[in-house]
Write a protein that binds this ligand. Sequence first.
Ligand SMILES: Cc1cc2nc3c(=O)[nH]c(=O)nc-3n(C[C@H](O)[C@H](O)[C@H](O)COP(=O)(O)OP(=O)(O)OC[C@H]3O[C@@H](n4cnc5c(N)ncnc54)[C@H](O)[C@@H]3O)c2cc1C
Length: 460
Amino acid sequence: MTAEQLADRLRISIGDKAVVTDPDILNSHRNDHATFCSAGTPLLLVRPASTAEVSEVLRAAGEAGVPVVTQGARTGLSGAANAIDGCILLSTSRMNQILEIDVEDQVAVVQPGVINADLSRAVLAKGLFYPPDPSSWEMSTIGGNIATNAGGLCCVKYGVTGDFVRGLEVVLASGEVVRMGRRTAKGVAGYDLTSLIVGSEGTLGVVTEATLALRPEPEAALTAAATFTSAEQGLAAAAAIMAAGLQPSLLEFLDGATARAIQNYRDMGLPSNVGSLLIAQSDRGLRAVDDVAEMARICTEAGAIEVAEASDAEESRMLLEARRLVNPALEPLGATLVDDVAVPRKRLVDLLDGITAIATKYDVQIFCPGHVGDGNMHPTVVFDRDNPAAEERALQAFGAVMELGLALGGTITGEHGIGKLKRQWLEQELGPVALTLHRRLKTAFDPTNLLNPDKLLHPH
Ligand SMILES: Cc1cc2nc3c(=O)[nH]c(=O)nc-3n(C[C@H](O)[C@H](O)[C@H](O)COP(=O)(O)OP(=O)(O)OC[C@H]3O[C@@H](n4cnc5c(N)ncnc54)[C@H](O)[C@@H]3O)c2cc1C
């Protein structure tokens, strides 16, 4: 089947407007946000509007032997949604309906293209809460969140996307539609295929519907923010907050370099000798005031230069502002390579020390913001992209951070996924037997390697 015949077949089955061949539009859909990953030139972009249409696309692609890359909002940070030469890009943008919000059972049923924030606002209007809140929540889709098992700021208390996925409808590479999981809070029938699809980065099937668990709306959160002269003090305070059983609903850390970059970008009143900044929240209703006071006391005891406590939601928002400014503050400094290592919390000091050594060894700048409550750091290598030698050193430092994370008993990726960017480190984390199992599972779901074939696993 030629490309033109494939496009014609799809125009008949899913409609003229749902099949895009305009080179400019195709070009604008080649990449996600991982600027360092190569992307191929797609053959077509398709925008199916239903499960049946997704099934049609996969059947046609299978018959033509054309690979399919599923795309949500392309906010991914690992190149997982990048085009492959000659592929079909399958966008879920038209499958954006919230099908049901069940207040009694506390579940939502959604199509994959629903934007995370739209779902969060819709359930909030009914007194419910969908906790997974990646910082990209205003852009990223539920399908993409599921396929990357996205985390977020409130994971430290509520868990990641996968903790809220009860059941899925998935279209397999064969075009068959399979339902997996359940709607009920409990259910143990058979292998947990739902969990296998969560985090599978579009390599095992296309998610066309998701049944998600919800929780009652929490109380408004109150916030404490503390500055320290060293990273160690900030990390010690974070460890003490967790150990005290305060259940923070957010616990974010910025190392001194990141805090100073933010202060240079916008005056947030951070002292010039800042060595770290810790932001903590409690959403435990009437207990929140006491929680925040206790968090502040812990920070003071750990040697904080200054501790601010918010007494209402507006003040809380202002204290969180510094965390939100990480990306805009680092962007003007150069090109960035964002690591995503997670280590046991008690190894965080070793991680920070090791990162300092890596920065010196490779003569690069590494900024270290992170979700400290989850042990998940985003060491960000910043360098001059016009300098090939600097780029090479940055790539080496990027890899060295992952090796350090593994050596400390952690993982190379806490939430951003493997995609194209980290494939070469996957075996180091999984080991050969688990990697072989991965390949067998891929073959069981997708025997002809049709779905996102060069992502997550290295091609043979
Ligand atoms: C500013 C910014 C902040 C971010 N903050 C966070 C954060 O706090 N936490 C975090 O975890 N991530 C974060 N990310 C990364 C990114 O937003 C997440 O990985 C997100 O889940 C991707 O969703 P998406 O809709 O953009 O998916 P895409 O990037 O389009 O796709 C991601 C992967 O999912 C697959 N996929 C998409 N839809 C489907 C589907 N329906 N079925 C099967 N596979 C599918 C794709 O093939 C690809 O492998 C951030 C990114 C940016 C740009």
